[in-house]
Ligand binder design. Structure first.
Ligand code: AHR
Length: 497
């Protein structure tokens, strides 16, 4: 099979914000306790941090990590997780006992170790704007006031300088602690935003949008929130978890079409609210939960039975899941004008890029596309025109086999290409037609592929789905890349003039 991707540096959606390669950690199952923090393990530093996990996280090159939830945050009192007196508490959202031994200050230390920045979520479910503002005071102020002093007393003389803040989580969902109608949430979020920014004008704020396209209030919720909070927020959040419960690989591999259309929905809605308000400012999308999640979902997979670190949501990821994750990132890159922040949900043990045991760590298939994209997608996002064969993807109709995105670094003239071949049985040769420049160097090709869509890394065979070197040809300025069936290619360092 052959395909042609036409690019021109004048046709672009602007700078790719590196924050689209952020992650998410929640107090859930074995994510924090055992995964990130395990004073009992031999694999930890003096603070009880798992150093093997921290190293793997560093390899993902994430500018930000969202914390502490997720559903968890809507019933979490951050004040119980700082200072010397820590009491266990029953977490309503996942029915676990949280020992509270890992909290805000421990997370800040972890971020430093990993080389990332904190993106803190505040509880507007069971708490309110005052407690959210107190957390901003605790983290960001150096005043002679109660919570700033408490931080200093707890061992952090300098402010943590947290820049990004989420105004709670999925408040449209009936499962959420403190779930409320959109109008009520919007007012509460606006009050919290004003108090928080009143204390630190440099922060950036994310209002909670719809928890997914499946919600009856999808977009209506978001419209209300945007109309009420427009002048007080920088972002509205979007969430999606993809499913192959129907076990239909070709249709599942067309998932990028749905992601594109969600981004179109948000682009349209944001443009509408901006137009109605005749506003000069912009609000962007923070796609701060995305992943594949359907195998360990619902019922016992979500019931912690009041254990401290039960194995919850421990999804095992395979090749087809990794190819869907790559498509999320292709969509985010293509819509660089709309999406400025996105967080892979999640990172450790819970619907995660890595799994842990007391004696080791396993990188899942989805780890690799993320690490490759976050490293190589820099500069502006070129809008690809793909010409190639299509296939019938059921409800997703006729879909291109090739899903592509491209980044171009204007300073160095280097191009990077990110290509997924959705075909389950046909390899593809993809020709790159960069119409306004000449390709002078083919760069390096890394591919991720395998014989079977369900192929996964296991503790016994941890390298079933790992990147390998791919092939390309550069002849007379024409670059052709071999993208295997059920595969993806990341081509970096393509030089142009
Ligand atoms: O990431 C798991 C859960 O999914 C989060 O807690 C919640 O926000 C979403 O529904």
């Amino acid at each position: 099979m052959e395909a042609r991707v036409v690019l021109n540096t004048s046709f672009n959606t602007g700078q790719i914000d590196p924050r689209i390669f952020s992650g998410f950690l929640e107090h859930l199952g074995r994510s924090i306790y055992e995964g990130v923090y395990d004073p009992e393990s031999d694999l930890t530093d003096d603070d009880g941090i798992r150093t093997d996990v921290a190293e793997a996280m560093t390899g993902m090159d994430m500018p930000y990590v969202r914390y502490p939830g997720g559903n968890f945050v809507s019933n979490y009192d951050w004040r119980d997780g700082v200072g010397p007196n820590r009491q266990p508490f029953p977490d309503f959202s996942w029915k676990t006992t949280d020992p509270n031994t890992f909290g805000t200050d421990e997370f800040m230390k972890w971020c430093k170790l990993v080389g990332t920045e904190p993106m803190m979520a505040v509880n507007l479910g069971t708490l309110g704007p005052a407690e959210a503002a107190a957390l901003v005071e605790y983290c960001n102020l150096n005043t002679d006031t109660r919570w700033a002093q408490a931080r200093r007393d707890n061992g952090s003389p300098e402010p943590h300088a947290v820049k990004m803040w989420c105004l709670c989580n999925e408040m449209d969902g009936p499962w959420q602690a403190g779930h409320m109608p959109a109008e009520q949430y919007a007012l509460k979020a606006r009050n919290a935003a004003r108090l928080m920014r009143g204390l630190d004008p440099s922060i950036e704020l994310i209002a909670a949008g719809s928890s997914g396209r499946q919600m009856e209030t999808y977009l209506e919720w978001d419209r209300t929130v945007l109309e009420t909070c427009w002048d007080d927020i920088e972002f509205i959040s979007a969430h999606r978890y993809s499913s192959n419960a129907a076990n239909n690989t070709p249709e599942f591999l067309a998932e990028g079409v749905v992601i594109d259309s969600i981004l179109d929905d948000y682009a349209g809605l944001i443009a509408y609210v901006k137009g109605v308000k005749q506003s000069d400012r912009d609000v962007h999308v923070s796609f701060d939960e995305w992943n594949v999640w359907y195998k360990e979902r619902g019922g016992v997979a979500q019931d912690g039975k009041w254990d401290t670190s039960p194995a919850l949501l421990e999804e095992v990821y395979n090749l087809e899941d990794a190819l869907v994750c790559a498509q999320y990132m292709n969509s985010f890159i293509r819509r660089a004008d709309v999406v400025k922040v996105a967080c892979l949900a999640q990172l450790v043990n819970v619907i995660a890029a890595v799994l842990t045991r007391t004696d080791g760590m396993l990188k899942q298939s989805i780890y690799y596309p993320f690490a490759l994209y976050s490293k190589h997608a820099t500069g502006i996002s070129l809008t690809p025109a793909v010409h190639g064969d299509t296939y019938d993807a059921g409800e997703r109709s006729e879909v291109e086999f090739i899903d592509a995105s491209a980044s171009f670094d204007e300073a160095s003239g280097e191009l990077a290409l990110f290509i997924v071949n959705r075909s389950v049985d046909q390899d593809s040769t993809v020709t790159i037609d960069l119409s306004d420049r000449t390709i002078t160097g083919a760069g390096t090709v890394q591919i991720l592929t395998g014989d079977h869509p369900k192929l996964a890394n296991t503790w016994e065979q941890p390298e079933n789905v790992v990147p390998s070197t791919g092939t390309s040809q550069l002849e007379n300025g024409v670059l052709t890349i071999d993208v295997p069936k059920l595969g993806m290619a990341v081509v970096s360092g393509v030089t142009t003039e």
